[in-house]
Design a binder for this molecule. Structure first.
Ligand code: SF4
Length: 302
């Protein structure tokens, strides 16, 4: 693996490339990544970088987002089969139909959506800034796509705002139940429970902390507790164990992993960069419309 890592690093230099990796990726990808984090963090890095090529170790909508905000750069997705089950729950036609049922109500889309869906929305959000984005609209009703769980969690945190949600979810997080959390609480009474708001709102309510992937990392950084139950994708637990070897991190359920996120390998990263293949392209009209939805979010959430 050492040779492969060195070869990728050399290619990055030769081609003025940068590798962005999501925290749910196979952990060995971090050895070649310039930046590792969640969607909001990686969107900002995609916007700021002066690299000529962005290799996105993540899923399709993330690479699309990088291309939307950095159209002059070549964006590569090493494995084109890396999709997102949640983003695939709503296509352009379904989006238009949903919106037409609620004329005049602003539409917020979670970043986990395709460019075609974003192009139909007013503003984008991530799990790090969803509350702030909905608040910024200064309205008492918003439409929220595609994640019903995140939308309803936002509603529970804001008084006087009705969040009308599309019926989408992330199956990895949606599978967690109230009894799973209660069981963990009984089994590990001295542990803090940290939950991602893509879980059902009644589950999210049970956390000592509920927030985005970067919020979970920040929580651990700022606290001294020795034991944590983590209620999000396995990659987060692997990185926490690596970064804090003197603490204990328990994944709430062993099958809490996103198969799409695990598709990307170091070999594929090298191959796609070497041959500059699997490039993300977008229709320019869709790109421009989806860019204003993302730019608006980045302005609110600076
Ligand atoms: S964890 Fe869920 S929301 Fe995230 S990429 Fe996988 S399927 Fe999509």
């Amino acid at each position: 693996m050492r040779n492969l890592v060195e070869e990728i690093k050399k290619l990055k230099e030769e081609k003025k490339a940068v590798i962005l990796a999501h925290s749910y990726q196979n952990i060995e990808v971090d050895r070649v990544a310039d930046f590792v984090g969640d969607s909001l963090y990686l969107s900002r890095r995609a916007k700021d970088t002066d690299a000529e090529i962005i290799v996105f170790a993540g899923v399709y909508f993330m690479a699309q987002t990088a291309k939307i905000i950095s159209p002059e750069k070549k964006v590569l997705l090493p494995n084109l089969n890396a999709g997102c089950l949640m983003a695939d729950m709503i296509n352009h036609e379904q989006m238009v139909k949903f919106k037409s049922q609620y004329p005049g109500i602003p539409v917020v889309c979670y970043i986990n959506s395709t460019a075609e869906v974003k192009a139909e929305c007013d503003i984008c959000c991530t799990s790090s800034n969803a509350l702030e984005i909905v608040k910024s609209l200064n309205t008492n009703r918003v439409l929220f796509v595609p994640d019903a769980n995140l939308g309803k969690w936002v509603e529970s945190k804001l008084s006087g705002v009705e969040v009308i949600t599309y019926d989408g979810n992330c199956p990895v997080h949606n599978n967690i139940t109230i009894s799973d959390v209660k069981e963990a609480r009984n089994k590990y009474p001295d542990a803090k429970i940290l939950i991602h708001p893509e879980c059902k709102p009644e589950v999210s309510m049970l956390g000592d902390y509920t927030g985005s992937t970067s919020g979970i990392f920040d929580y651990v950084k700022k606290h001294k507790d020795k034991k944590y139950v983590i209620v999000t994708e396995k990659g987060v637990v692997e990185r926490l164990r690596r970064d804090y070897p003197d603490r204990e991190f328990i994944l709430i359920k062993n099958d809490m992993l996103c198969e799409s996120m695990k598709l990307t390998t170091l070999e594929e990263i090298k191959y796609s960069l070497e041959h500059e293949i699997n490039e993300i392209t977008l229709d320019e009209e869709v790109r421009l419309k989806s860019a204003s939805c993302i730019e608006r979010m980045l302005k609110v959430s600076e």
